[in-house]
Design a protein around this ligand. Structure first.
Ligand code: GLU
Length: 426
């Protein structure tokens, strides 16, 4: 199956991801009364590395891929963030995603800075052995800047536990001993944490339920649509369903399915497990992929790409609450339209922070060589997500800010404080 995936911001007149990230930073700096110099420090990454990744294909041909790692900030601790394998990866996108990781880690108060990596590759077109060679070569090119005290990758779009195992192995072989803490999101057998795999989705749903409650929406009488059926969307749909919310539509990169009476999520999951897609699922009707964003639902969870809610489609969005499972799915133009229409938007750095929270738990458990039970992980995740929700909503109310602005201001303030206390060298 092939599909041409257009990115909405390529078509609409909205800003790029990096322009959005910098505009959010600018607003936070102005709100906090910080200097232009501070803006410049935080608008630009501390370190960026671009590498060629030569790959010997299975048929013997040589192909050269391009990879990036952007370490946006490490004032509060090692840089932290996912590694993305996607054909649309470009340096500016990675810069934006790295900046958002800095704010996410600061907001939830884990002792990390922010980073992001990307390789421009469509992983669906490569064999496992090719992906292993790409991962090992990329890791080896980045060796000097990676490490459990320097920069700790994790899965993101197109990468998974296996990718993390290859990075961990390549790094460990090079330094001569096993270093589990160089990545998070590892397989459990190599020191991964229980609950890491579902942590982002689980956190998204903790936040979705809290946001619904704030708008007087009860799970048993509410509906949801989830865009994306990957690491985040699939679990979010399932946890919403388990909480009693009627999930009426889900989509992946190929298409969407819709059932106004509610989709039987366990059946859909079993079906896609067996066939690899939604096509021919008899428990829902096919729907045009992007039409999902405009359905009349209580909760919309964009959990795929950045830039999907733009000023072009925002006027047609009918959700009451939007919970950002993806990083950067809403443009600032769309944000303004949603604010005017009283649609509550819960920003990515709050809504999808569950992943990096449990990454932190994994790193802590690894450092102590002492593993927690699934219950302990779940409970600590829940309490951090709910705590973050409460502090962001309280700050937003006190300062008359949107949740996105409040979350960004809180995060920027913490990072700026770390800068101030550390001082500038030399
Ligand atoms: N890729 C995830 C994110 O965007 C997780 C990052 C991590 O665990 O380091 O938040």
């Amino acid at each position: 199956m092939t599909a041409t995936i257009t990115r909405p911001h390529e078509a609409a007149a909205d800003l790029t991801a990096l322009e959005e990230a910098r505009a959010q930073l600018r607003e936070a700096i102005d709100h906090l009364g910080l200097s232009e110099g501070k803006y410049q420090m935080l608008a630009n990454a501390r370190r960026e590395v671009t590498v060629s990744v030569p790959l010997r294909r299975d048929d013997g041909e040589l192909e050269v891929l391009i990879g990036h790692r952007v370490q946006h900030n490490f004032s509060r601790g090692p840089a932290k963030g996912g590694l993305r394998y996607d054909p649309h990866v470009d340096l500016d996108e990675v810069r934006a995603l790295a900046m958002w990781m800095t704010w996410k880690c600061a907001l939830i108060d884990v002792p990390y800075g922010g980073a992001k990596g990307g390789v421009r590759i469509d992983p669906r077109r490569y064999s496992q052995t090719e992906l292993e060679r790409v991962t090992r070569r990329y890791t080896s090119e980045l060796m000097p800047i990676l490490g459990p005290d320097k920069d700790i990758p994790a899965p993101d779009m197109g990468t998974d536990e296996q990718t993390m195992a290859w990075i961990m192995d390549t790094y460990s072989v090079a330094v001569g001993h096993t270093v589990p803490g160089v990545v998070t999101g590892k397989p459990i057998s190599l020191g991964g944490s229980l609950g890491r795999r579902e942590s982002t989705s689980c956190g998204v749903v903790h936040i979705a339920l809290a946001a619904m409650e704030s708008r007087g929406l009860r799970p048993s009488t509410s509906t949801a649509a989830v865009q994306g059926f990957g690491k985040v969307g699939r679990g979010a749909a399932r946890f919403l369903y388990d909480a009693g919310v009627k999930v009426i539509a889900v989509s992946d990169q190929y298409g969407a399915v819709h059932n106004p009476g509610g989709i039987d999520l366990p059946r859909l999951e079993a079906f896609t497990e067996r066939t690899g897609s939604f096509v021919d699922f008899d428990g829902a009707d096919p729907l045009e992929r992007d039409a999902l964003l405009e359905l009349d639902v209580d909760v919309l969870v964009p959990a795929a790409l950045e830039g999907v809610l733009t000023s072009a489609n925002a006027p047609r969005v009918r959700a009451r609450v939007i919970v950002e499972g993806a990083n950067g799915p809403t443009s600032s133009g769309a944000d303004r339209i949603f604010a005017d229409r009283d649609i509550l938007v819960v920003p990515d750095i709050l809504a999808n922070a569950g992943g990096v929270i449990v990454s932190y738990f994994e790193w802590v458990q690894g450092n102590q060589a002492y593993w927690w039970t699934a219950r302990e992980v779940e409970e600590r995740l829940r309490s951090r997500m709910v705590g973050a929700w409460e502090s962001v909503t309280a700050y937003a109310a006190e300062n008359e800010l949107s949740l996105r602005s409040a979350a960004t201001v809180m995060a920027v303030e913490r990072v700026a404080l770390a800068h101030r206390q550390r001082g500038l060298y030399p």
